[in-house]
Design a protein around this ligand. Structure first.
Ligand SMILES: *Cc1c(COP(=O)(O)O)cnc(C)c1O
Length: 400
């Protein structure tokens, strides 16, 4: 690179950042609610919220103020000291869940799932004469990108030989009804998402989940529910487990919990399994992330209690169903729950074209699986933003 030549942002990114993402190069510089602005000041409606992360929208003043105030006082101290907002966030999460659980804080979804698997493995060693260690997961699931959670992910394409060898003890079944026969005397846990997010926004049936949960309890096999995407009111309740009316042994959370500040959490009713020294994290649950978590839950529990959240998700669902019905040429069906929604496109090509054309109309939507167009708007999105977003989506569809 000749000196004096100014590089574009895209050039800098491509030269210095490892190319692990197929990136779009729109440069967003500001966000207000569910509206993003690029460097030229053009507005975009955000139906993706950073992959279910910006649960209270962009530029949320209450969240920004809480983070700023906390940052000025104290951002971080190690987990060797008590951390007031961490303790308060754990209490709040347990109370909102309605389960008698304890919480461990990490920094991401994958790390939360690692913690869940560690709890299960130790439980499997300490509670049975013969150690149980195997974990059954579902095909089309997604549980993270670390070596272990990638192996827990039930998609063969993720288990490339590049990263082998992988840890032992993970197996996959096509559907919930196949879990029963897959359990043996070394099975310690079943790990699943109640709505498979990355796999295609596919919810499982409530009665089959309840039946499985009861069976696992009877067999003393742990049920781990990965709520990294479904948690924090995404499906309309605090946890999808609340919506499904089950009591898992372990629940993992991340994405929406910090409103954009990295945080992950494992909740479990088996509070006695991990002892001092068994697990840890330098950053996990620090002042900054747990202050963000407390503020996000304050905002969202108020939206839930007031009925506003429920109104928003019904409004979004109705609009999405209308548009799906008008475009049966492109979409097979509408899928999902709450504000975790998808349109199942008739082909991968249609999926790609719809997402690209939506961006042309300044609407951000996501993909999931091979043929789903995915919608994960912020939980505080306004009706006006929903209307404008669907207006742009309609324009994108008719111009295909
Ligand atoms: C996103 C996601 C993860 C991984 O979370 P990271 O924060 O990217 O590690 C795990 N499980 C589910 C269900 C997810 O949606």
């Amino acid at each position: 690179m000749a000196t004096g030549v100014t590089m574009t942002l895209e050039e800098i990114d491509k030269k210095y950042v490892l190319g692990t993402y197929a990136r779009d190069y729109t440069n967003f510089v500001k966000g207000v609610g569910a509206t993003l602005y690029d460097e030229a000041g053009k507005d975009y409606i955000d139906f993706a919220s950073g992959i279910a992360v910006n649960s209270v929208g962009h530029g949320n003043e209450k969240l920004a103020n809480a983070i700023c105030e906390q940052a000025k006082r104290i951002i971080h101290i190690s987990n060797l000291q008590v951390i007031e907002p961490q303790a308060k966030l754990a209490k709040r999460m347990v109370e909102l869940s309605g389960y008698d659980m304890g919480v461990f804080f990490a920094n991401s979804g994958a790390e939360a799932n690692e913690g869940a698997i560690k709890i299960a493995r130790k439980y499997g060693e300490t509670h049975f004469k013969k150690k149980r260690y195997k974990v059954i997961t579902l095909e089309h699931s997604f549980h993270g990108r670390t070596i272990t959670t990638v192996k827990a992910t039930g998609q063969e394409s993720f288990h490339t030989p590049h990263f082998s060898p992988y840890p032992d003890g993970f197996s996959y079944v096509p559907s919930i009804s196949d879990v029963y026969d897959a359990i043996d005397d070394e099975t310690v846990a079943v790990l699943l998402e109640l709505v498979q997010g990355e796999g295609g926004v596919q919810p499982f049936e409530k009665d089959e989940v309840q039946k499985l949960a009861a069976f696992l309890k009877e067999k003393e096999v742990l049920l781990i529910v990965d709520e990294v995407q479904t948690g924090v009111y995404r499906t309309g309740e605090f946890l999808a487990s609340n919506l499904y009316e089950i009591e898992p042994d372990i629940i993992t959370l991340a994405k929406g919990l910090g409103g954009g500040v990295p945080i992950g959490a494992v909740m479990t009713s088996h509070k006695e399994v991990l002892k001092a020294g068994d697990h840890g994290s330098t950053f996990g649950g620090n002042y900054l992330s747990t202050t963000a978590g407390n503020t996000v839950l304050e905002i969202l529990s108020e939206a839930y209690e007031s009925g506003r959240l429920h109104e928003t998700l019904l409004y979004f669902e109705t609009k999405l169903k209308d548009i799906a019905a008008q475009h049966e040429d492109l979409f097979e069906k509408e899928v999902g729950l709450g504000l975790m929604r998808g349109l199942r496109a008739k082909s991968t090509e249609i999926q790609a074209a719809v997402i690209k054309q939506a961006m042309q109309e300044r609407l951000v939507v996501l993909k999931a699986g091979r043929n789903t167009v995915r919608f994960l708007p912020s939980l505080t999105i306004t009706k006006a933003e929903i209307d404008e977003g669907f207006k742009r989506f309609e324009k994108a569809l008719i111009s295909l």
